[in-house]
Design a protein around this ligand. Structure first.
Ligand code: ZN
Length: 208
């Protein structure tokens, strides 16, 4: 039996997305077929607008409509402190908590040896360059890097790797405090816990 080509085309595209296998792609396709045609059009338009209007900030790696992003260019923010997170959604979560006034660096993932995700696969070198060259912020050098990777095995491993690399560059390295339950994600905890975690961060550059 031959399948309609438009069906195959959609499945091919869906299957390229992370975490979507053939089964999930089929489920999404049939879900869309059961919805009014408008829903598919709205999805297609949202995808197009997303990709046309959003880009990655060349300084911090956050998603933005302008490059550099509004956080990197905001003169009210403290450019000497950089909070490193795994995903853009972590920036949204911390911004919602509202107590952090420094800048960010988004890794776009975490080190995961089991999945063969190494330092070269993440936005790590630009972070080291940003700290080393003292550029990226017009208002001066980066003095402190706060590691805000998730309190998971892989997030902790990523933090340890970064702490070592950053300490060598002579910058102060801290880690978000552990009010956060182990195994949780930054997006999953309350604003209050997130604020406390930023305020009560602990040093990781232990040699000082
Ligand atoms: Zn930025």
């Amino acid at each position: 039996m031959t399948t309609p080509s438009a069906y195959d085309q959609l499945l091919d595209q869906l299957e390229k997305l992370p975490g979507i296998g053939r089964r999930s792609a089929e489920r999404i396709a049939f879900h869309l077929l059961r919805q009014p045609a408008d829903a598919s059009v709205a999805l297609a338009r949202a995808l197009e607008a997303f990709r046309t209007n959003l880009r990655v900030c060349g300084v911090c790696g956050h998603v933005t409509e302008s490059d550099p992003c509004p956080i990197c260019t905001d003169p009210q923010r403290d450019g000497t402190v950089v909070l490193v997170v795994e995903q853009p959604s972590d920036v949204f979560a911390i911004e919602q908590a509202g107590s952090y006034r420094g800048r960010y660096h988004v890794l776009m993932g975490r080190l995961a040896p089991m999945e063969a995700i190494g330092p070269g696969d993440l936005n790590i070198q630009p972070l080291l360059d940003r700290v080393r060259s003292r550029r990226g912020d017009e208002d001066g050098a980066v003095r402190e890097v706060i590691l805000g990777t998730n309190p998971t095995l892989e997030g902790d491993g990523t933090a340890l790797y970064l702490a070592e690399a950053l300490t060598e560059l002579g910058v102060s390295v801290t880690r978000l405090a552990r009010g956060m339950p182990t195994g949780s994600s930054l997006q999953g905890v309350s604003k209050a816990v997130l604020s406390d975690a930023v305020q009560a961060r602990v040093r990781m550059d232990s040699h000082r």
